[in-house]
Design a protein around this ligand. Structure first.
Ligand SMILES: Nc1ncnc2c1ncn2[C@@H]1O[C@H](COP(=O)(O)OP(=O)(O)OP(=O)(O)O)[C@@H](O)[C@H]1O
Ligand SMILES: Cc1ncc(COP(=O)(O)O)c(N)n1
Length: 529
């Protein structure tokens, strides 16, 4: 078998079923459902529905040859699936093209009679199918087709009545034509629906067992299975693995067929049931779209932050030293635990660059806390006790700090990396944005004045290194959101919005929580400057 490919380019050479359950329509759905790129050259048009075939129109074989050449002249074909071939002339056209182009994988579903009992191959063409067998890598007959292939032409074909008889017929076909045979038990009576891969060349039989699924939606199962096997064989480079996976997918699709409610006869399987259930129908937003949507989504919160008396006072320098230092004390407490949550993100990170980024940010957060103590607050509480300077009153986290940290620590404890990084992001993003806009004079010229009472603190937030870290945090988070399922992305977004609201409460707290009974200027909790 040829080298593996990521997205197999698979050509179905088969008939059209306008009801969408069998033929090329089923083939294209099946190839797509298991991850391949589907192409289709049409051998015949049928007028059929789930109840039966009304008419068949076979275009000139020369036109089929033109379709096949148009494809092989331009496109690398990783696998071919052959379905309804209608008549001997079509079979010969396909055989000639196969012999000339030698696709690496050829799966032949020797379609002869539809589930409804209608002929899809001229009676006199059943013999011609044998010409194709040596050109195929795998042939997938149902019990009736297997009997025809196993027959020698003397007398009518004898359909296997037991699974053992079917295996014996498959062995003789495999030996006679030098082709692997997947014997299919879909038409066996009883509760089992077994298939078996029979290869006389290697004297191996691989059994694929399975309970029969109680459903009337079996139209096109043979078409769908053979297309999925061709696609997965190109991807896996291994027949038993490809067949096992194709059968798992087929059985899932069989279980969901009836719910489609298509037609009053044998309805189609639901080729995409698994994909739909696992979230495959929604287009994932790009990273740029996530970034724009999430940022726009917290526009209201950001506006409220901009308008806070604390931010206005910080910008124009009118903010009293006492609430400012109260804020810094809370910020130090926040950074203390924020560092631990960042370290947890490093622990959960799926790759080394992300792990390094979060670990580095955790380090930055610890350094930030220490710097706050060095520049503004005095020695950190733990050290002050050890240094015998324990006289100083130690700040307790206020309600806003506690709530924010509880949210982050709970998110970390839940252990979902994507949701955790979304929760961590606002602290980077909102601060960088504020710092940049303060430094740009958007809140008034005073913020740019070197004589501003908090100039050195303002400078930290306009730090280009912090802006670079913020870009990285946005990139990591939006990449995770873009890859996530819709449900996880929604949880990420909720965590992001929740953290943004906590940012607002955090900025609002210093002026909102000064206890009324405490005379201004005398509040000392945590403030040591
Ligand atoms: N009711 C069922 N439950 C489980 N598996 C089934 C059922 N019916 C068919 N299959 C499986 O579907 C695949 C096709 O089998 P089947 O023997 O019906 O071939 P077919 O006659 O070529 O299909 P088609 O229905 O397209 O004519 C096999 O893997 C078979 O085991
Ligand atoms: C065009 C076309 N190709 C193949 C089949 C066989 O499928 P089934 O046996 O499930 O009817 C079909 N009905 N129509």
């Amino acid at each position: 078998m040829s080298a593996r490919v990521v997205t197999a380019r698979v050509l179905s050479i088969a008939g059209s079923d306008p009801s969408g359950g069998a033929g090329i329509q089923a083939d294209l759905k099946s190839i797509s459902a298991v991850g391949g790129y589907g192409m289709a050259a049409i051998t015949a048009l049928t007028a059929q529905n789930t109840r039966g075939v009304r008419e068949v129109h076979v275009p000139p074989a020369s036109f089929l040859a033109a379709q096949l050449d148009a494809i092989s002249d331009d496109i690398t074909i990783d696998a071919v699936k052959l379905g309804m071939l209608a008549n001997a002339e079509v079979i010969r056209t396909v055989a000639e093209w196969l012999a000339r182009t030698r696709p690496p994988i050829v799966v032949l579903d020797p379609v002869m009679v539809a589930t409804s009992g209608d002929r899809l191959l001229d009676a006199d063409a059943e013999e011609a199918i044998r010409e194709l067998l040596p050109l195929a890598d795998l042939v997938t007959p149902n019990l009736g087709e297997l009997a025809v292939l196993a027959g020698t032409g003397d007398g009518p074909p004898v359909v296997a009545a037991t699974w053992a008889e079917a295996i014996a017929q498959a062995e003789s076909v495999s030996a006679r034509y030098g082709v692997r045979v997947l014997a299919k038990g879909g038409h066996l009576p009883g509760d089992a629906a077994p298939d078996a891969l029979v290869d006389a060349g290697t004297a191996t039989i691989v059994d694929f067992g399975g309970e029969r699924i109680a459903t009337t939606a079996t139209h096109g199962t043979g078409c769908s299975l053979s297309s999925a096997i061709a696609t997965l064989a190109a991807e896996h480079g291994d027949w038993p693995a490809a067949i096992a996976e194709a059968r798992r997918w087929l059985r899932e699709s069989l279980r969901h067929g009836e719910a489609l409610g298509v037609g009053g006869g044998h309805g189609p399987i639901n080729h995409f049931a698994g994909l739909w259930e696992r979230g495959g129908t929604r287009t994932a937003p790009t990273q740029t779209e996530v970034e724009a949507e999430w940022w726009a989504g917290i526009a209201g919160v950001r506006r409220e932050i901009d308008e806070l008396p604390f931010i206005r006072g910080l910008a124009d320098g009118s903010l009293a030293r006492e609430p400012f230092l109260g804020y810094l004390a809370q910020d130090a407490l926040y950074l203390h635990d924020y560092a631990r949550v960042l370290a947890e993100a490093a622990r959960l990170a799926p790759d080394a660059p992300a792990q390094a980024f979060w670990a580095n940010s955790a380090h930055g957060s610890i350094v930030g806390e220490l710097e706050l103590h060095e520049s503004w607050l005095g020695p950190a509480a733990g050290r002050s006790a050890r240094d015998g300077q324990g006289e100083r009153e130690v700040a307790e986290p206020d309600g806003a700090t506690t709530a924010y940290l509880d949210h982050l620590l709970a998110t970390a404890a839940r252990g979902d990396y994507a949701v955790l990084v979304a929760a961590l992001l606002p602290c980077f993003w909102i601060y960088t944005d504020l710092g940049e806009r303060l430094a740009a004079g958007e809140f008034g010229a005073k913020a740019l004045d070197p004589g501003h009472p908090y100039a050195s603190w303002l400078a930290t937030y306009a730090d280009p290194a912090f802006a670079i870290a913020t870009r990285e945090a946005i990139a990591i988070t939006t990449a995770a959101a873009s890859r996530a399922t819709p449900a996880v992305r929604e949880r990420m977004h909720r965590a992001f919005v929740a953290s943004s609201r906590h940012e607002l409460a955090f900025f609002a707290a210093p002026l909102a929580t000064v206890p009324a009974r405490e005379p201004a200027g005398e509040r000392t909790a945590g403030v040591t400057a």
